[in-house]
Each structure stands twice: as structure tokens, then as C-alpha cells.
Write a protein that binds this ligand. Sequence first.
Ligand SMILES: CC(C)(COP(=O)(O)OP(=O)(O)OC[C@H]1O[C@@H](n2cnc3c(N)ncnc32)[C@H](O)[C@@H]1OP(=O)(O)O)[C@@H](O)C(=O)NCCC(=O)NCCS
Length: 135
Amino acid sequence: MKKISGNIVELTVNDLDKCRSFWDIPSKLAAPMTSGEKKAFAYRSGYTYIGGCALSIKENRGLFSYFAVSPDFRGNGIGSRIINFAAIYFMNMGLKEMRLHVHKNNTGAIRLYERNGFVYDSDITSEKIAMIKTL
Ligand SMILES: CC(C)(COP(=O)(O)OP(=O)(O)OC[C@H]1O[C@@H](n2cnc3c(N)ncnc32)[C@H](O)[C@@H]1OP(=O)(O)O)[C@@H](O)C(=O)NCCC(=O)NCCS
């Protein structure tokens, strides 16, 4: 694990193009960002964006989505830092719970979520589960 210095910044719609190394189709976030439904954040190291997530609030719960780190930078703790940032963000908004959806076969991500305090909540479809973390 190498320490990759950087910090987490909020993205504008104009920044989305710089996030192609970790989001397949960053422009999918443009509409929910413009409507105010989601806020997008990225881990920035120098001028390079290397990981990100989107945050929204529904029924008094924080929703964590679009979570990804550039393949070249995985395994260095950046994912955990993004999760931690999201938990603090939602906590500061007074929320008590944070939630996400993950494919059942994404065992690496599920293990990472469990290490960061998430537990299984429910099945969403035959392929996806919801996990929650108490804040
Ligand atoms: C899940 C993801 C965001 C984690 O980011 P990260 O910066 O590698 O996370 P961390 O370094 O904090 O933690 C590493 C853990 O991530 C998991 N992981 C998944 N794919 C990995 C990869 N290619 N390399 C290293 N770790 C990976 C492992 O569980 C690892 O933990 P381990 O040490 O128990 O094996 C990243 O692997 C990713 O972008 N995956 C593809 C997109 C995805 O699956 N997103 C989640 C959708 S719900």
C-alpha cells in the first residue's frame, strides 16, 4: 500500500470529464447534480482525479453511490478514505444512517464495506443487496 497524498473535493458538472479513469460514463451524473439530487466528490492528487463517489439523501438516510477508484490506484486505502469522508459528511448533516447498493458477486467491495462498518440490510434484486452503516 503506498500513501497517495491528496484530498477530497466537491465536483462541478464541468469537472466530470476529468473522472474518466474511474467512472465509465461520468456524464450520467450531470442531470442529478444539476437538479441538486446528488453531489459528486473526487479524491484529487495534484491535478489528477483518482476516485470518487456521489452522495444524496433520501428519507433521512445518506445514500452512497458511484463509488470507484482508478484501477491503477486501487488497494492504497483511497476507497476507505472516500467512505470515511462520506460518513463524516452525512454525520455532519445530522443523519444517523448511510446506505449503499452492491452486486452480490462484488466480494472485494463487500469486504471493504464490512471493514468500514457496513452490514447487510436486504436484497434489492436477485443480484444486488443493500448494506447500511450506523453513523
Ligand atoms: C471498490 C473500490 C472503490 C475500492 O477502492 P480502493 O481504493 O482499492 O479501496 P481500499 O484500498 O481502501 O481497500 C482495498 C479493498 O478493496 C477491495 N478491492 C476490490 N478490487 C480491488 C483491486 N482491484 N485492487 C485492490 N483492492 C480491491 C479489496 O477488498 C481490498 O481489500 P482487501 O485488502 O481485503 O483485499 C475499487 O476496488 C473499485 O473502484 N472497484 C470497481 C468499482 C466498484 O466495484 N465499486 C463499488 C460499487 S458498489
